[in-house]
Ligand binder design. Structure first.
Ligand code: C2E
Ligand code: CA
Ligand code: CA
Length: 669
């Protein structure tokens, strides 16, 4: 009811100036609002009548029946009652016709009465004309006022209207009122107003209009149909009040909230609203997420001013290429385009960018972008999921070198949900210690004996089936569960190494480690405690790190310190996947590495490609020069083994010796 009160308060200031009696009742006919003109016509003041029941239904006194009333309340269209009598406060019979319009205001069912007084008013003629004259003056001074004929052509416009709209009376009379609206607002405002008026109802709201010079102004408008006795509109009265200043402020606030101030594109909040709107309407569309490759490098090479130019020019190209699409800036160098267009058109933006390079200080800047296309409803069904899926796709594109716009295909989609499943099931697997360890032997080529094994994680899940380490490790690294896998593997390896040593067959055990585990300050302590727990000699434990790890570790002093500490206690470090990253003399000198493993990708075709042989030979010599033992991974044939022996390799690991097997099977070998 509080909202209703407000509606009435706002409404009454305007409606009180309407030159015919108007009242608003609740669905039980108690009066809610009573216009000034109703006061004058029926004698009751608003204070006397509001909250009371106006005696329409008294058999002997009124024309509206109880049965008719319920029809009025239920009707969707206004109902007109011709020539009936209402008694005024002083008992006078007032002959009226009325349009009764049932409506809901703020969830309350109400009925609006618009009266036409048919009999000559019984009060004396002169005072009534005088009163009407003063109303008209009051309106003239406060509102822009126009009258329209039933076709919507202007028949009268007051001074205030002419002043604001900048029209002259000569030009405006006879012009269609609807021509004064901006073209694009036809659907949004003109049609609803016109429809409401032609349904004999009052329209109220704020609209955008144009002056004669095409400038925009905003008004609060009340459009009132004035009906003849035959129910046809006689004319329409339009009352308007200029609210341009208020609207400007509001637009400005909206801009702050919704527009990216640097590029003028919409911001993330607005995008989210639009996407939710499209989803609510079940409209099919593609959500394109674009990211400028190496933006930070580009930025560092130039200055802030050229950064702004770059962004503006990029936004301009987006707008040119994706005309009529919604385009948003959602991050420093991240953009989203919503479009129903096909993938090939979207991908065409890459060549468009090449054909229209961005110039900074007369130099064309080579820009490459990575993008992901997520479709609604096929791929994802909420804004948040689209954003997430996009960053996963972009991540993949960037890893493959960027410069591509890729759509989230069904296959990727399945992979994404499998990833989510792995994450969920892994928590349980760790809890139940469902992971197992397999060992793959390494043979020393000089002695021909197995002197070490690599511990590899295995996971057989009841729901997911076999989950390979290549699927498992990335998820574990992303979620932090790699710590739990790491300590599980460490325990198993130490336990096993201690057991073999106790049985008189000492064997080094190698475990794989990710850099995340080493960022943990307790790493050294944890390794030490695990060795102690199983009584495992430190020299039997090897830790494998990848080249990528080494590169990152190089810049992190605490990691280097931890590695040296462990090395001083006898633990050996092995550089894994050698040759796939950025081999650097620097980290080889900084990190305590005693062995390197040439990646299996070099070994696979080594007997067929002379170039590879030379490369591997170089790697082996490099190791020798640094006094580092060299092992070749992925050896599958005798030819490969012979060749590697000839090249001076120290050790090999691979299917030719054995697949990864259980600890028991290692003993048989
Ligand atoms: P990696 O450390 O390079 O391990 C060697 C991989 O090559 C193993 O795959 C092994 O089964 C496979 N392999 C061994 N010999 C041959 C061969 O002759 N030919 C071919 N084609 N492949 C061979 P797996 O077990 O699937 O492991 C894949 C990767 O997952 C490992 O690569 C390692 O980076 C990671 N990983 C495995 N277990 C762990 C673990 O416990 N912790 C961590 N952090 N990573 C692990
Ligand atoms: Ca390894
Ligand atoms: Ca490897």
């Amino acid at each position: 009811m509080k909202g209703m009160q407000q509606v009435l308060e706002n409404g009454s200031s305007i409606l009180d100036h309407v030159p015919f009696p108007m009242i608003l009742t609740a669905s039980d006919a108690t009066v809610l609002w009573w216009s000034k003109e109703a006061e004058r016509t029926f004698g009751f003041t608003a204070d006397e009548i509001v909250g009371k029941f106006y005696p329409f239904f008294e058999e002997n006194r009124s024309a509206i029946h109880k049965s008719t009333w319920s029809q009025v309340v239920q009707s969707e269209n206004p109902i007109r009652f011709e020539n009936f009598i209402i008694h005024s406060k002083h008992g006078k019979a007032v002959h009226v016709s009325a349009v009764l319009n049932s409506m809901t205001i703020d969830n309350e069912q109400c009925v609006m009465f618009l009266f036409e007084v048919n009999n000559v008013p019984t009060m004396d003629q002169t005072s009534s004309t005088q009163e009407l004259a003063s109303f008209k003056m009051g309106i003239d001074e406060t509102f822009m006022l126009t009258y329209l004929d039933p076709d919507g052509l202007i028949t009268y416009a007051n001074t205030l209207f002419l002043k604001t709209s900048k029209w002259t009376p000569k030009r405006i009379i006879g012009k269609s009122f609807w021509q004064l609206f901006p073209e694009e607002s036809a659907e949004k405002s003109v049609n609803p107003i016109w429809y409401t008026l032609n349904s004999n109802r009052v329209w109220q709201g704020s609209v955008e209009k144009l002056t004669k010079d095409g400038e925009t102004y905003w008004v609060d408008m009340t459009a009132i149909p004035v009906l003849a006795t035959n129910d046809e509109p006689m004319y329409f009265a339009i009352l308007e009040k200029d609210i341009t200043d208020k609207k400007r402020l509001q637009l400005h606030l909206e801009q702050i909230a919704y527009v990216d101030s640097e590029t003028g594109l919409m911001n993330r909040h607005r995008l989210e609203n639009i996407v939710s709107g499209l989803i609510a309407e079940e409209r099919h569309f593609s959500f394109i997420f674009l990211d400028i490759d190496k933006f930070y490098t580009l930025r560092d090479m130039h200055d802030e001013e050229s950064e702004t130019t770059l962004l503006l020019e990029f936004a301009k190209r987006l707008k040119m290429y994706f005309q009529d699409s919604d385009i948003a800036r959602v991050g420093e160098d991240e953009f989203v385009v919503l479009t129903p267009l096909s993938d090939w058109f979207i991908q065409g933006f890459l060549s468009y960018l090449k054909q229209h390079p961005i110039y900074i200080r007369n130099k064309a800047i080579p820009i490459s972008i990575s993008g992901g296309i997520t479709r609604y409803p096929e791929d994802q069904s909420t804004f948040l999921h689209m954003m997430r899926a996009s960053s996963a796709t972009i991540h993949k594109v960037k890893q493959e070198g960027g410069g591509n716009i890729v759509s989230l295909s069904k296959a990727n989609h399945v992979a994404l949900s499998r990833k989510a499943m792995i994450e969920k099931r892994l928590i349980e697997a760790l809890h139940h210690k469902d992971l197992t360890v397999m060992y793959q032997p390494q043979v020393d080529l000089k002695t021909g004996r197995i002197d070490a094994v690599e511990a590899l994680v295995r996971w057989e899940d009841a729901v997911l089936g076999t989950v390979t380490p290549n699927d498992l490790i990335p998820v574990a690294e992303e979620t932090g569960m790699i710590h739990d896998i790491g300590s599980f593997m460490l325990e198993k390896a130490c336990e096993q190494a201690a057991l073999w040593a106790k049985n008189g067959k000492p064997m080094k055990v190698s475990v794989n480690s990710s850099i995340r585990e080493f960022r943990d300050k307790n790493m050294v302590k944890q390794v030490r405690q695990t060795l102690e727990k199983f009584g495992c000699p430190a020299h039997l434990l090897q830790i494998e790190i990848t080249e990528k790890f080494a590169l990152e570790a190089e810049s992190e002093q605490s990691i280097i310190r931890q590695m040296h500490q462990l090395q001083s206690e006898g633990i050996r470090f092995v550089l894994d996947d050698f040759g796939t990253g950025y081999a650097s003399f620097r980290y080889m000198q900084m990190l305590p590495i005693t062995e390197l493993k040439i990646d299996q990708s070099f070994i696979a075709s080594i007997t067929k490609q002379e170039k590879l042989q030379k490369l591997v030979h170089g790697m082996i010599q490099f190791g020798k020069s640094m006094e580092i033992r060299v092992l070749a991974e992925g050896v599958e044939t005798k030819e490969q083994q012979d060749l590697l022996t000839k090249l001076g390799c120290d050790a090999i690991q691979g299917f030719y010796i054995s697949h990864p097997v259980s600890a028991g099977e290692i003993e048989n070998l």
